[in-house]
Design a protein around this ligand. Sequence first.
Ligand code: NAD
Length: 432
Amino acid sequence: MGDAVVRDVEPEVGGAGPPAAAMSPWEAARYFFMEAAERVGIDSEIVTLLARPYRELHVEVPVRMDDGRLEVFTGYRVQHSGARGPYKGGVRYHPSVDLDEVRALASLMTWKTALVDIPFGGAKGGVQVDPKALSKEEKKRLTRTYTQNIAHLLGVNRDIPAPDMGTDAQTMGWMMDAYGARYGHTPGIVTGKPLAMGGSRGRMEATGRGVALVTRETLRALGRDPEGIRVAVQGFGNVGVYAAQWLCDLGCRVVAVSDVTGGVHRPDGLDVAAVQAHVDASGGVVGFPNAWALSSDGVLEVECDVLVPAALGGVIHADNWHTVQADVIVEGANGPLTPYADWQLQRRGTVVVPDLIANAGGVLVSYFEWAQNIQQYRWSLERVNDELETLLCDAYGTIQTRAGHDGVSLRNAAFMIGVERVAEALDLRGFV
Ligand code: NAD
């Protein structure tokens, strides 16, 4: 992979571009899909099939709160496409969760699993709830009821959830137990489980590690040494923390991080482990000593070389794209750039490494976990990390080659490869 591969990308900068007006997450995901489908000339009947999810389930999730009240939350599971294998995708607990967002995230999983060439389709789930407002017992009851209510859609060869924003290994442990109570002990029903319940070594840090690996590959393609590269990270959760740690290990300098409580900035570099210890002790990055305070979104604007949005979707949009100073953006989060912001940043020459590859480390190690559960065999951490690096970097190389060959952006290339593979599977199955 040479310098030319990324530098030679000549994004289509002419034309009117995407609308500047706000798009919902599903509208944005569909925009990128339709653009790719048009570029690769997918059959119009297949486009019709893939332009909407296969199945959407909306469930009530009643929870007896610690104070005796009954609260009823709303949950979803959306299965976008199972053309290439069982549905696969995380479960999000966040106040912003709605059907539109879950739909968008499910479709991104379809393209992502196809892009990294693992035998899964795409799905996503979520509950509209602020998990920080629940006690551990309330969260456990919510998870059990949500799982029971969607269990008829799940199965080792049907649909396999995983963690996402607001959920973690413990949540997956409760999901596995609730599913097992009805269908019998089934470790392969969820990935991202605790190690003691059949989880995979390396899964917890896999998404962040993948972010660091694709950042390394991008810098290499640009002929830049990671040593001293200034990185800013929005979102200091599962993805953001491990991405920051691995990027430090590569020699980068993490100059700013933020979470829901606010942000901190230190131009000569933050001690990521010390920030993590501060978060463990106080609940957020805000108040970390010897650093300037920022807002949660202020981190997007700091002077840096690489920006890693690793929290919510849609954070870089028509009104703030021009304030981004980084010339490389690595999408740890799903859908952090709106189509308009993405188009403007490409025009400006910013290299945008799309979510489909940037955060695919998580689903790759989820695939390893699922395979280990089916085989009832445990891999070493070294094997997990080696195979993650091989599969992720191979897929990224394919995107870079395609982008260079077709003269499109990395995002266009990633979507084109994913969409082509899913369309081929639908065709071979005889759907059309
Ligand atoms: P998480 O819940 O572990 O962490 C989320 C972080 O974002 C927290 O630090 C939270 O405080 C912060 N945050 C929330 N709102 C914010 C705001 N307005 N501004 C700044 N920070 C804010 O979630 P996660 O698992 O790290 O997921 C983060 C993103 O990565 C999501 O978009 C998710 O879909 C994506 N992702 C996660 C995985 C995974 O394996 N966990 C895999 C692929 C993609």
